[in-house]
Design a protein around this ligand. Structure first.
Ligand code: ADP
Length: 545
């Protein structure tokens, strides 16, 4: 395919001639300055790493490397410059794709959905922490503020009474992660639920503020998320209806103590009864943070060692090898591991930990692993940091499982029931066996639902490995939908398929999304295709994938 020929010129958005593109770029360069408009005219080879990733394409591409590339990246320094870029895009009908920091690895990274879009990298120059309020426990952020930066700013101010909540990897943008409905592992883990107030540039260039921010002079923008009238915030999450330039976030009070704990469960069949035990404990908040039930194989992979250290045969890694390797780790031989944290002073923790222990031990052979016996470089301590709101990067280590390791996640939502856990595991196992892929499952229990997160790790330089990963993903998405499970979030390349599973009543929800899209973005310039929402001029023209 043409896209495999190394490029020396930017990949142009379809329908925009090179002359128009060049004219448009010259004009934008004059307005933003040459340093702030960067053409992407080289082949997508510079893959960097998580903290120094390219903003021109998906560093962990599951498609052909050059398939989802930007024509250029632009760096606004203010909301006014974002407006200018949006108006420019409308004038030349050039698709633009906003990112905050583009560290959304596994979901598309910094890549746009439409090849040749201009990536609007908000994070590079709009990275101010506009406010941290030590009395209300809130903050107001720009898109370039990472979880690390927020954490460090709070520490630097000596605000020990407030905690940040961080996802598995702390280098991403608080705004980017929240808009994509990412989660963290303290009791404030549902980022979307804990945000308060947005400032948004609409696709036609107007600016709005949601909630109390719509009232001039309001001093409760971050304290009361709803304001008056319809709550519009949802329009700007996992959507292509606006560019968020500011967001408020609530911060958690320091609970006055915390303690990680880990339980090992011996048999694969312990999963279903364990999930039944977790449900009431989680809903009544005895289990206080997102409960993680991880398969033992991930404990091997997260040591950062390649799979060839353990197994060099063909097909998925055999169970005997997994059992042997897990036995050497502090958790001992087991099939599932529970990672959790209890919050508060010791006497309060003890009450909850005792209740958890009593319940978990109803599973024969359940073992609590004494943290004193776990070496400091074990992954347990990375979970301990994250559950205490301290950003960390160790989770990335399992990408070393294969050379040029990349990952993509299947993440269906289900009730917290043993029966559903079994059903999801069976369908994931069947598809992984079919495509000869190692199965890395973990269940994350939110509050009244759980996500199964299955991470496929693949060598991005091997077309057959990418194809196997994609085929496996596509199969699982369809199988899950047939059983009534839908993904909470997905990679750019799967957005059409996943959106297509939310099709109740003759696609009524997508029809509404399309009406909104056409009303808010009549020229269809903002992130066309994001979340499967295509503007009118792209619809039914074969853009879906
Ligand atoms: P992170 O660096 O936190 O992982 P990204 O910047 O990659 O987050 O953002 C994740 C996704 O959310 C992007 O692909 C984009 O579609 C959307 N997004 C991010 N920031 C914004 C924003 N400020 N306004 C609108 N959409 C955004």
């Amino acid at each position: 395919p043409a896209s495999q020929i190394p490029r020396t010129e930017p990949a142009l958005p379809q329908g925009v001639s090179r002359t128009t593109f060049n004219t448009a770029i010259v004009e934008l360069t004059q307005q933003l300055g040459a340093a702030n408009v960067e053409l992407n005219d080289k082949p997508a080879v510079d893959n960097g790493w998580y903290m120094e990733h390219p903003n021109t394409h998906d560093m962990m591409h599951v498609t052909d490397e050059d398939a989802l590339v930007a024509s250029a990246a632009v760096y606004p320094s203010s909301t006014a410059e974002v407006q200018l870029i949006v108006r420019w895009a409308n004038q030349y009908r050039i698709p633009i794709f906003p990112i905050s920091m583009g560290r959304n690895l596994g979901y598309g990274g910094a890549a746009p959905r439409v090849r040749g879009s201009v990536v609007v990298d908000l994070g590079k120059r709009m990275s101010n922490i506009l406010n941290i309020d030590p009395d209300d426990y809130t903050c107001l952020l720009e898109p370039g503020v990472s979880f690390y930066a927020l954490y460090e700013a709070i520490k630097a101010k000596g605000y020990d009474h407030m905690w940040v909540d961080t996802p598995d990897l702390g280098g991403g943008s608080v705004i980017g992660n929240t808009l994509d409905r990412g989660v963290g592992y303290t009791p404030y883990g549902d980022h979307w639920a804990t945000h308060a107030g947005l400032e948004v540039v609409l696709p036609t260039g107007e600016i709005i503020r949601t909630g109390m921010g719509a009232l001039p002079g309001s001093n409760t923008w971050q304290a009361f998320p709803y304001g008056f009238g319809p709550v519009q915030d949802g329009l700007f999450s996992q959507s292509n209806f606006g560019i968020v330039t500011k967001m408020g976030m609530t911060l958690m009070p320091n609970p006055g103590g915390h303690e990680s704990f880990m339980y090992a469960f011996e048999r694969d069949s312990d999963l279903a009864p364990l999930i039944e035990i977790i449900r009431p404990l989680r809903i009544c908040n005895v289990l206080e943070n997102v409960a993680q039930v991880r398969s033992a194989v991930q404990t091997i992979a997260v040591q950062g060692r390649p799979r060839t250290d353990f197994f060099t045969g063909s097909g998925a890694i055999p169970q005997e090898v997994i059992d042997k390797e897990v036995s050497k780790l502090p958790c001992g031989k087991c099939a599932w591991l529970y990672y959790g944290m209890s919050y508060g002073p010791a006497y309060i923790r003890q009450y909850k930990l005792d209740a958890i222990d009593k319940e978990f031990r109803k599973i024969p052979g359940a073992r609590k692993v004494d943290p004193q016996t776990i070496p400091r470089d074990n992954y347990f301590w990375s979970r301990d940091q994250i559950a205490a709101g301290v950003p960390d990067l160790e989770e990335l280590l399992w990408c070393n499982w294969v050379p040029n390791g990349s990952h993509i996640a299947f993440s269906p939502v289900s009730p917290i029931r043993g029966k559903d856990a079994k059903q999801l595991m069976e369908l994931a196992r069947r598809r992984h066996t079919e495509h000869k892929i190692d199965l890395f499952p973990a269940f994350c229990v939110g509050l009244r639902e759980m996500h199964l997160i299955v991470e496929i790790v693949f060598d991005k330089t091997k077309p057959e490995a990418r194809k196997a990963a994609m085929d496996c993903m596509r199969g699982m998405v369809d199988d899950a939908a047939k059983l009534g499970y839908g993904e909470y979030r997905t990679h750019l390349a799967l957005m059409d398929q996943v959106a297509g599973t939310y099709n109740w009543n003759d696609n009524a929800l997508m029809k509404l999304n399309e009406r909104l899209k056409d009303a808010l973005d009549p020229q269809g310039i903002l992130a066309p295709g994001k979340s499967g929402i295509w503007p009118k001029r792209y619809r039914a023209r074969g853009w879906e994938m």
